[in-house]
Design a protein around this ligand. Structure first.
Ligand SMILES: [Zn+2]
Length: 329
C-alpha cells in the first residue's frame, strides 16, 4: 500500500482511510480481509488508474482523492522547511482530473484476478469446439467467463470453478454473487418475461457459515445420509462460489412448470447450465434440482450444450463433461 500512500501525499490528498473504504473492509470478517490483501498486492504491481479500483468480498473499493487544496513543501539550501500554499496551483491540482480517471473503463467490475493461464489446471477438458451459433461479444446474449480467483484451494478446469462433493471451497472464500452471472440472469429473466414467463431469483450467494447452518439444520431434521442428497456440506456448496442461482420455488413443485421447461431449454443461451439434471444423481451427487442453474459463461455453456447434442444426452453434467467425480472422499 506504500505506493498508494505516496501517491496520495504527492497530491496532498486529504483522502482519509475511511473515505477510501478501508474502514468498511476492516469491519468485515477475516475472509474478506484475506481477499482484500491479495488484491492490494496485485494493485501495487499496476499503477494504472484501473488499479485504484479493487473488489473485495463483492465490495467495489475505489480510492478517490477528495482534496480541494494543494500545499507544496520545499526545503531551502540551509535545510529549513518552507511550507507554502501556492494559489496558482490550486485550480490546477488533479482534484478535477483524478475523479475522471477513477471511473472504471472496464465493464466487468467483478473481476478480481482473471488469470486464465494460471487457472487452467486439472483433468483435460472436452475437445468440443465452440459451435458456430455461439454468441460473440457483440451479441445481446453474450456473457463472458466468470471471475477466476487465483486462490489456493479452488479447483478449476478450463477456467471453470468446480464446487461439488469432491472439490470444496476454502471456508474464508466469500466472493458474493458474481456480477456477470447476475447481469446474465437479468437478460434471461427479461427474455422469459417477454414470452409471458416469470422467472425470479430466489437464492444466490451463500457463505460457508450460512451453508454450515443450513446443512446442519437439515441433518438434524433428516439425518446426514438423506441431507447429503439435497444439501451440500459447508465448503461444497456451489452457492458459495457466487456462480449459482436458485430460481422461483426451490422445491419439486417447480418441475414441469412452463418456467422450468423454458429454463432448461434456454439457460445455456445466457451462459448457464442446469447443474443437477434428472437421472444424474449418481454422477452429480445430488438429486434433480430443476431450479438450480450455474453460470459458466456463454463460451463454455455453448460448448457443453454442443457436446450434449453430440452425445444425444440433454442432461450432460459438468462432471461428465470434465471427467470428474463428485463424492465425499
Ligand atoms: Zn441451488
Amino acid at each position: 500500500m506504500n505506493k498508494k500512500i505516496v501517491f496520495t501525499l504527492l497530491f496532498a490528498s486529504v483522502c482519509s482511510l475511511s473515505a477510501c473504504g478501508k474502514d468498511d473492509i476492516g469491519s468485515l470478517d477475516d475472509s474478506v480481509i484475506i481477499n482484500e490483501g491479495s488484491l492490494s498486492d496485485r494493485a501495487e504491481q499496476d499503477t494504472s488508474a484501473e488499479s485504484l479500483q479493487t473488489t473485495a468480498g463483492g465490495y467495489v473499493v475505489t480510492e478517490v482523492p477528495t482534496t480541494t487544496t494543494t500545499v507544496t513543501t520545499a526545503t531551502d539550501e540551509l535545510g529549513n522547511i518552507i511550507a507554502e500554499t501556492v494559489p496558482v496551483e490550486t485550480p490546477e491540482t488533479p482534484a478535477s482530473e483524478t475523479p475522471a480517471e477513477t471511473v472504471p473503463e472496464t465493464p466487468a467490475p467483478s473481476v478480481i484476478d482473471y488469470t486464465p493461464s494460471t487457472a487452467a489446471v486439472g483433468t483435460p477438458a472436452s475437445t468440443a469446439v465452440l459451435p458456430a451459433d455461439a454468441p460473440t461479444p457483440y451479441d445481446y446474449n453474450y456473457g463472458p467467463a466468470p471471475t477466476v480467483y487465483n486462490i489456493p484451494g479452488i479447483k478449476y478446469i478450463d477456467n471453470v470453478l468446480i464446487a461439488n462433493k469432491s472439490y470444496s471451497l476454502p471456508a474464508d472464500f466469500y466472493p458474493d454473487l458474481d456480477q456477470t452471472c447476475l447481469s446474465q440472469f437479468y437478460k434471461l429473466q427479461n427474455d422469459a418475461a417477454a414470452v409471458g414467463l416469470n422467472i425470479y431469483l430466489s437464492s444466490g450467494f451463500r457463505s460457508y457459515d450460512t451453508q454450515d447452518y443450513i446443512y446442519n439444520d437439515y441433518v438434524a431434521r433428516d439425518g446426514q445420509e438423506k441431507a447429503d442428497t439435497y444439501s451440500a456440506r459447508p465448503g461444497h456448496s456451489e452457492h458459495q462460489s457466487g456462480l449459482a442461482i436458485d430460481v422461483n420455488q426451490i422445491d419439486d413443485t417447480f418441475i414441469g412448470t412452463p418456467e422450468a421447461i423454458w429454463l432448461e431449454a434456454h439457460c445455456y443461451e445466457y451462459g448457464f447450465i442446469l447443474r443437477y439434471p434428472q437421472a444424474k444423481q449418481d454422477i452429480t451427487g445430488y438429486k434433480y434440482e430443476s431450479w438450480h442453474i450455474r453460470y459458466v459463461g456463454t463460451d463454455m455453456s455453448y460448448k457443453i450444450h454442443s457436446k450434449a447434442v453430440e452425445m444425444g444426452d440433454p442432461y450432460l453434467t459438468l462432471e461428465e463433461y470434465f471427467g470428474i467425480d463428485s463424492y465425499y472422499h
